[in-house]
Design a protein around this ligand. Structure first.
Ligand SMILES: Cc1ncc(COP(=O)(O)O)c(C=O)c1O
Length: 454
């Protein structure tokens, strides 16, 4: 992969703040696309997130921190493919890596290929818990396999997750991710129809940031629990000082594998992710999003004794754990991932991005304070959020207590002013958001406040 990208080559297109006055007007062509999608996809949506009726659009292209819809409306992107595009859209280094590889073949099933070996060689010293690893094809795929490996290793069926945490779309993860009427701990509620009760009953739920609650659940149920799975920063909620270390200590004491879900934090809080940032080493860690540079790549990494259960030479023997997938180790994903590591290894990339995120939070605080909105802006490093509340949330129930209706009213306005944020969820910034993007954001946010007040 070689040379590190010159900083100037990754500067986004220069667009002055005033040019960003998105009018969110749709051409007949875009309106027709939306109408057509309504007959193609359930709810006219590609997945679980639909835009509100009065602020719909169709993505056409992205570059750096911005994207354009079919009608040519321009947006500043704070969703970034659900946090995948930490490098911004269409990064030239990723484009180059993908197109060079595409002409040599892209995949040979999950058999060894040169690019996967090269990529894994670079990842191993970066990921502290990694003695062995397996590529997967998404974050959900990673958490699914990590849980199976932990179950195989311990011979236990249940897992423990934290209320409000998201670990993917599969049956073992869809418990108490956003419960509107939470139950008493450690019971959880299934988030979707279609999961057998016998499966959702396998999950204990604990309050995030509460080590003593975790300890009492483990005291009672440790012998049933195969893994404690945790997001180091739960959605946007920061761990209290020492909380992750306490989880680590309890997992060790009760002999339960700790799975650190780094799908969001991996490569975003430094190359070493949350393990370095918070100084915590789990038994297994799961990755997705940034690791594949925008291609479908995930990873499970961890202790050799747990990972080696998936050694295919043990197929058919007691203790073998099946871990496989047609597209594992996909070469386009591996080269895009290596290009991502190249860019993130550049001098001061993280420092610059963290500083810019702080500047963004400060500027938004100023706008919201000047407009007396009662909005709290908070976040850690390149993730931020805004809630109608006074106290920074420490767990899911604090988020529930914030005024979600007010936020839901504001979000389509933000979109109409050209700011794309994920409704009700944390926001991301990329290494390519620049001062122009921030200024444009402050101006747009100010217009939104004035519009809402009038
Ligand atoms: C912490 C965490 N784990 C797992 C997942 C699932 O990843 P994917 O959507 O790639 O399946 C996500 C997705 O947002 C996530 O945020």
């Amino acid at each position: 992969m070689g040379q590190i990208q010159a900083a100037s080559a990754i500067e986004p297109t220069a667009v002055t703040p005033r040019e960003l006055m998105s009018k969110h007007r749709l051409t007949a062509e875009e309106a027709e696309q939306i109408e057509r999608a309504g007959h193609l996809f359930p709810g006219g949506a590609l997945g679980g997130n639909a835009l509100s009726e009065d602020a719909k659009f169709v993505f056409s292209r992205g570059e750096g921190a911005r994207f354009w819809d079919t009608s040519g409306n321009e947006y500043i992107d704070y969703v970034l493919g659900s946090g995948t595009f930490f490098l911004g859209h269409a990064h030239p280094r990723i484009q180059r890596a993908i197109s060079e590889q595409a002409s040599r073949g892209t995949h040979f099933f999950a058999y060894l290929n040169e690019q996967a070996i090269e990529f894994a060689t670079r990842l191993k010293p970066i990921i502290r818990c990694c003695e062995r690893m397996r590529f997967t094809t998404s974050g959900s795929d990673s958490t699914f396999h990590a849980i199976r490996l932990a179950r195989g290793f311990t011979g236990r069926d249940k897992i423990l997750k934290f209320e409000g945490a998201y670990h993917g779309a599969h049956d073992y993860a869809q418990v108490s991710t956003t419960p509107k009427n939470p139950l008493e701990f450690p019971s959880g509620t299934s988030d979707t129809a279609g999961i057998p009760r016998a499966v959702s009953d396998l999950t204990f739920v604990a309050p995030y940031n509460d080590a003593s609650a975790l300890e009492s659940i483990l005291k009672e149920h440790a012998s049933e629990i195969a893994a404690v799975i945790i997001e180091p920063i739960q959605r946007i909620i920061r761990p209290r000082d020492g909380f992750l270390q306490k989880v680590r200590e309890l997992c060790t004491r009760f002999n339960i594998p700790m799975i650190l879900d780094e799908v969001v934090t991996g490569f975003r809080y430094g190359l070493g992710g949350a393990q370095d940032y918070f100084d915590v080493v789990p038994d297994l860690a799961t990755y997705g999003k940034i690791i594949g540079g925008g291609l479908p790549v995930g990873l499970v990494a961890g202790r050799a004794d747990i990972m080696d259960q998936a050694d295919p030479s043990n197929k058919g023997k007691e203790g073998y754990v099946y871990q496989n997938g047609t597209l594992q180790g996909h070469m386009l994903g591996c080269v895009a991932g290596m290009a991502t590591l190249d860019v993130l290894s550049e001098d001061r990339v993280y420092e610059r991005t963290f500083e810019r995120a702080e500047h963004l939070r400060d500027g938004l605080r100023r706008v919201f304070t000047d407009n007396r909105m009662g909005i709290l802006v908070f976040g850690e490093g390149p993730m931020w959020h805004m809630l109608f509340t006074e106290k920074e949330p420490e767990n899911w129930r604090d988020i529930l207590a914030a005024d979600g209706a007010k936020l839901a009213k504001m979000e389509p306005e933000l979109l109409r002013q050209g700011l794309f944020v994920l409704p009700g969820n944390r926001r991301f910034i990329s290494i390519q958001h620049n001062e122009d993007d921030l200024e444009a954001t402050f101006e747009a946010a100010d217009r939104v406040c004035k519009a809402l007040k009038s």
